[in-house]
Design a protein around this ligand. Structure first.
Ligand code: SAH
Ligand code: DHB
Ligand code: MG
Length: 222
């Protein structure tokens, strides 16, 4: 099968699963529409991956979630929906404009009370969370600048407890992780290797289908 056929098939499979499970959801669709209108890059998780993140969070029984990389709040809506009434989420975002769009999208979703967006460089915001003793979190989703994933993993471990789920997005990136040729792919590969080798973690890199193959790294702190 040539690459174009393969990409078409991947897209069809993704659409098949999406149609099977995703009842049309005005709030999620509006979040994507407004994010696009506001000029945000379309690099949110896919609807199917959003479902997976929500399901994992529900299974974990999480009450406190940390997200690194908010964008327009599309993944945050899925996470926050998995929280119980008294659950809370903090999401970190460097870009003011992205944070503003996310704030509006979360407001429309009725989730403003549950989700706090902190604007700044995640490196600084994570240090502040650690210094302020604001952990532990039950689920941590790493989805900001890929070069920093190893550092974000270090910070996440300091904000975790036994049982915390640490999730890393974009950890296969069309296979670039197999033969890393740039800093992004190298850092992603290092992130996956550290998750695999760290005796404090049990994990897996789960390939996920979009129009290309990407991955979600899932690790549980022992
Ligand atoms: N989780 C989102 C997508 C996040 S895209 C979703 O699936 O809906 C990555 C986001 O990380 C972008 O909004 C980008 O501005 C932000 N980002 C990049 N570098 C960052 C940094 N150093 N600190 C905080 N956020 C950063
Ligand atoms: C990119 C970033 C992401 O977090 C993602 O899920 C897809 C693409 C990007 O920077 O290209
Ligand atoms: Mg991502």
């Amino acid at each position: 099968m040539n690459t174009d056929d393969m990409s078409g098939l991947l897209r069809e499979i993704d659409a098949y699963v999406e149609d099977l499970f995703e009842p049309s959801d005005e709030i999620l669709e509006a979040a994507l529409r407004d994010s696009r209108r506001a000029g945000l890059p379309e690099i949110n998780v896919s609807p199917n991956q959003g479902r997976l993140l929500q399901l994992l969070t529900e299974i974990s029984g999480a009450r406190r979630i940390l997200e690194i990389g908010t964008l327009g709040g599309y993944s945050a809506i899925h996470f926050a929906r998995a929280l119980p009434d008294d659950g809370t989420m903090i999401s970190l975002e460097i870009d003011d404009h992205h944070a503003g769009v996310a704030c509006d999208n979360l407001e429309r979703a009725g989730l403003s009370e549950k989700v706090e967006i902190r604007v700044g460089d995640a490196h600084d915001l994570l240090s502040a969370l650690i210094e302020g003793d604001e952990g532990p979190f039950d689920v941590i989703f790493i989805d900001a600048d890929k070069e920093s994933y190893p550092e974000y993993l270090d910070a996440s471990l300091r904000l975790a407890r036994s049982g915390t789920l640490i999730l890393g997005d974009n950890t296969i990136r069309g296979g670039t992780v197999l033969d890393p040729r740039d800093a992004t792919a190298r850092a992603t590969r290092e992130f996956n290797e550290r998750i695999a080798r760290d005796p404090r973690l049990s994990g897996i890199v789960l390939p996920l289908i979009r129009e290309y193959i990407d991955g979600l790294t899932i690790a549980r702190v022992l």
